[in-house]
Design a protein. Structure first.
Length: 285
C-alpha cells in the first residue's frame, strides 16, 4: 500500500531526527538540530568519498573489461573467513572448518581461461611466474577476466602467515636463511605508480612488484593449505619452538588465525586441485 505520508519513505535514522526536532523548544533548538544533521551528512559524504578513492586505487590494477574478475574480487572480499579457532583437527571434515563460501565462489567462476598453480617452494619463482601468466593472458591474448589461483602448500605456505606469527615462531627456521622476514607478503606500494602504463619496467606489473599483496590486487586468489599448516605446527613442536607449550591442535589453530588478509583456507592443496581441475582450471606448477 502506498503511504500519503512522505516521512514514511525516510530511513529510520532520519525519522528519529525529525521526531527530535518536533520536541525541541524554540527556534535555536531547531537550528542546532538541523546543523548537527548537516554536519553528520557531510562527514558521511566525506567518508564515502574516501572509500571510493581507495576502491579506485584497488580497481586500477584490474584490467579494463574484466567485469567478471572484478565482481569475483568483490564477492571474495565479502565472503566470511573464520580466524578464531581454539583448536583444529588433523583432517577437516566439516565445511565450517575452512573458507567454504570463498572456495565455492572460486569454483563457481566460469570465464575462461582459469589457471591453478601448485606452489610449494617459498624460495622458488612462483610469484614471478603468476605475474608473467597474468600479463600474457591479459595483454597478449586479450583475456582480461583471466583468473589465477595459487594453491599454496609446502614452504610456500609460510608466506601466507603474518609477520607477527613469523616473529613469534621464528619461521625463518622453516623457510631458510634467505627469508629473515616474510618478504613475499610485504606490500611494495607500486600500485601508486601509473597503472595505465603496463609497459613500465618499474611499475606494478613488473618484476619489481612480485609480491602477494600486488597479485591479490590484480585478482589472484591465494589458497592456504590446512595440511601444510598442520605439518608446520608439527615441525615447530619437534624443533622446540613452542613458547606457549600449545598442543598440536592448538598451535595449528593459532597459525590458521594468523593467515594473511584475503587468503582462502582450504582443507588441503593436493585434495583441492582436482576440484579446481574438474571445473576447468588448468594445472600449472
Amino acid at each position: 500500500m502506498v503511504s500519503n505520508n512522505p516521512a514514511a519513505y525516510l530511513p529510520d535514522s532520519y525519522k528519529q531526527e525529525i521526531a527530535a526536532v518536533n520536541v525541541v523548544a524554540g527556534r535555536r533548538g531547531v537550528l542546532r538540530t538541523l546543523a548537527l544533521s548537516l554536519a553528520t551528512s557531510a562527514i558521511g559524504l566525506a567518508s564515502a568519498r574516501a572509500q571510493s578513492g581507495t576502491a579506485t586505487v584497488e580497481s586500477a590494477l584490474i584490467p579494463s573489461g574484466a567485469t567478471h574478475l572484478d565482481a569475483l574480487k568483490k564477492r571474495l572480499a565479502q565472503a566470511p573467513r573464520r580466524r578464531d579457532f581454539k583448536t583444529v583437527p588433523m583432517i577437516l571434515d566439516h565445511q565450517e572448518q575452512w573458507d567454504y563460501e570463498a572456495l565455492t565462489e572460486v569454483l563457481s567462476y566460469r570465464p575462461a581461461p582459469r589457471q591453478a598453480w601448485d606452489n610449494t617452494d617459498i624460495g622458488g619463482p612462483w610469484l614471478n611466474l603468476m605475474r608473467n601468466a597474468l600479463n600474457s593472458q591479459i595483454w597478449s591474448f586479450k583475456h582480461p577476466d583471466f583468473l589465477a589461483v595459487s594453491v599454496t602448500h609446502g614452504t610456500a605456505q609460510l608466506a601466507l602467515y603474518d609477520q607477527a606469527i613469523w616473529d613469534k615462531y621464528r619461521l625463518t627456521s622453516l623457510a631458510g636463511d634467505e627469508f629473515k622476514t616474510n618478504t613475499p607478503i610485504i606490500d611494495r606500494k607500486l600500485a601508486a605508480a601509473d597503472s595505465a602504463n603496463y609497459e613500465d619496467p618499474a611499475g606494478p606489473f613488473s618484476s619489481e612488484d612480485n609480491s602477494i599483496p600486488a597479485l591479490m590486487r590484480r585478482g589472484v586468489v591465494f589458497m592456504s593449505c590446512h595440511n601444510a599448516i598442520w605439518e608446520h605446527a608439527a615441525a615447530l613442536i619437534k624443533f622446540g619452538i613452542n613458547p606457549d607449550k600449545l598442543s598440536h591442535a592448538a598451535l595449528a589453530a593459532e597459525l590458521t588465525n594468523h593467515l594473511a588478509d584475503g587468503a582462502v583456507l582450504i582443507p588441503g592443496a593436493t585434495g583441492t586441485l582436482p576440484e579446481l581441475q574438474q571445473v576447468g582450471f588448468h594445472y600449472a606448477t
